[in-house]
Design a protein. Structure first.
Length: 272
């Protein structure tokens, strides 16, 4: 993204929770040109990396924290209600509240924090600036607030906006949890290579680089995933033999459908 969007943001931005995802967002903001002096970080157990950012100008756990223009909530969902009273003190009716907590609906955020809420679901590739985030705004979020949320979220990768909050459970299942599925693929590809006779170290190297390289090719190419798959597959060849197993009626597709359905169901349960 253009750093101008972050450089021109106005007001104070408070980050509640500077763990892996919150910390990745903060790193992206500063790299994108956001003025560190306008950032307040609230975290009872900040990492050494976060503490080091004080030298750049961020305020860490200030005793006199006042209300803020934007509050980004990156605490663990299970601790959110306990942290709620402290967060609510930072919020006015005009405060933009951006949440990246899984399974926490807009209604809960409005009840506990107040403000104008944007609910977002990033994923862990945000740590290297290659994440994908889906966001949904509450009805009272203004165009300017949406632009602020977009700039903050886009600092760690791509952003897609939806209008229907009900989609967020499936979003969580596909992209929020999705990196774990890809890492599992690398694990099982290596394990299968070992079963086929490869040394363990070589099998893991081949699996890791194949998954990473294929992902990068998919990222850079404009071709659909199906076309890229077909480009690797010669009729009657080795790839075709493997895909015959993976694309069978009891193969990868029904397994993935069941997996996404299970994650979607769990996301809905967490919202209760």
């Amino acid at each position: 993204m253009s750093s101008n969007a972050l450089q021109t943001l106005q007001g104070t931005i408070a980050l509640a929770g500077a763990g892996k995802m919150g910390g990745a967002m903060l790193t992206g903001w500063l790299a994108g040109g956001l003025d560190a002096g306008r950032v307040v970080v609230i975290d009872p157990q900040p990492s050494d990396e976060i503490k080091a950012l004080v030298a750049k100008g961020i305020r860490l756990n200030p005793q006199d924290a006042a209300t803020t223009d934007t509050l980004v909530v990156a605490v663990k969902p299970q601790t959110f209600r306990d942290a709620g009273p402290a967060l609510k003190r930072l919020v006015t009716p005009s405060t933009l509240v951006v949440s990246i907590m899984a399974g926490t609906p807009i209604s809960a955020l409005e009840e506990i924090c107040g403000g104008s809420v944007v609910r977002a679901m990033p994923n862990t590739p945000a740590a290297i600036g290659r994440g994908i985030t889906v966001a949904v705004p509450a009805k009272n979020v203004s165009a300017a607030q949406r632009a602020t949320a977009d700039a903050l979220l886009r600092a760690t990768g791509s952003v897609e906006w939806v209008d229907d909050e009900a989609l967020m459970d499936a979003v969580t299942a596909v992209s929020g949890s999705g990196p774990a599925y890809i890492f599992l693929l690398a694990e099982e590809l290596a394990r299968a290579g070992i079963e086929a006779g490869l040394p363990a170290e070589l099998a893991m190297k081949l699996a890791r680089e194949t998954v990473a390289g294929s992902g990068e090719l998919l990222h850079r190419s404009d071709l659909p995933a199906a076309t890229l798959r077909q480009n690797v597959t010669s009729p009657g060849g080795t790839t075709a033999a493997a895909l015959e197993v993976l694309m069978a009626k009891d193969g990868l597709q029904p397994l993935m459908i069941r997996a996404i359905a299970a994650a979607t169901k769990r996301s809905k349960e967490l919202a209760k």
